[in-house]
Design a protein around this ligand. Structure first.
Ligand code: HEC
Length: 143
């Protein structure tokens, strides 16, 4: 039995066509990456968080935290304000936010009761929320 040739002699252009497609796809990817790199909104802030982080943090905060901690971190009847000396970075580090979201918080600074763990908030979202809260604190002169 004769060996069947791998390349199809009736379609000599098939391989070249695929190479062009590959080239077009990589060009498109390069272009997309290049454009994303020029995003006008991602100004670096002094602490390394970009304004994109702060904006994403505000959205996640308003979805998951503001019901208790209030719009703009001002606090509510259900939870304490973040724009308060108690939550300045040297007293409550960024890690405290991750722990609070994952494990919840036992009442200890205030009389609002316990904070339940916040399922559905990812680690990167917590980092963005922290960037947003730190921005609010800085604006209020709490550093
Ligand atoms: C159901 C209400 C509620 C929600 C929702 C809530 N919290 Fe809280 N949180 C509290 C209360 C109440 C406290 C204060 C506990 C105390 O110290 O007495 C608190 C305290 C904290 C603290 C301080 C922890 C510490 O170590 O003292 C952090 C940080 C925190 N919350 C982050 C968050 C973040 C981030 C979100 C949103 C993802 C969130 N909380 C959503 C009620 C809430």
């Amino acid at each position: 039995m004769p060996q069947i040739a791998r390349s199809d002699p009736t379609h000599p252009g098939a391989n070249a066509g695929r190479r062009w497609l590959l080239l077009a796809v990589s060009a498109a990817i390069l272009l997309a990456v290049g454009l994303a790199g020029c995003g006008q909104n991602s100004t670096e802030l002094s602490d390394g968080a970009s304004s994109d982080d702060v904006n994403a943090g505000r959205v996640a905060y308003e979805r998951s935290c503001s019901a208790c901690h209030g719009v703009g971190g001002q606090g509510t009847q259900q939870g304490p304000p973040f724009v308060d000396k108690v939550y300045e970075p040297s007293h409550h580090s960024d890690a405290a936010f991750l722990l609070a979201v994952k494990r919840g918080v036992r009442e200890h600074h205030w009389n609002f009761g316990d904070m339940p763990p916040q399922a559905g908030v990812s680690d990167p979202e917590v980092a963005q929320i922290v960037a947003y809260v730190r921005r609010l604190q800085r604006e209020a002169g709490i550093e």
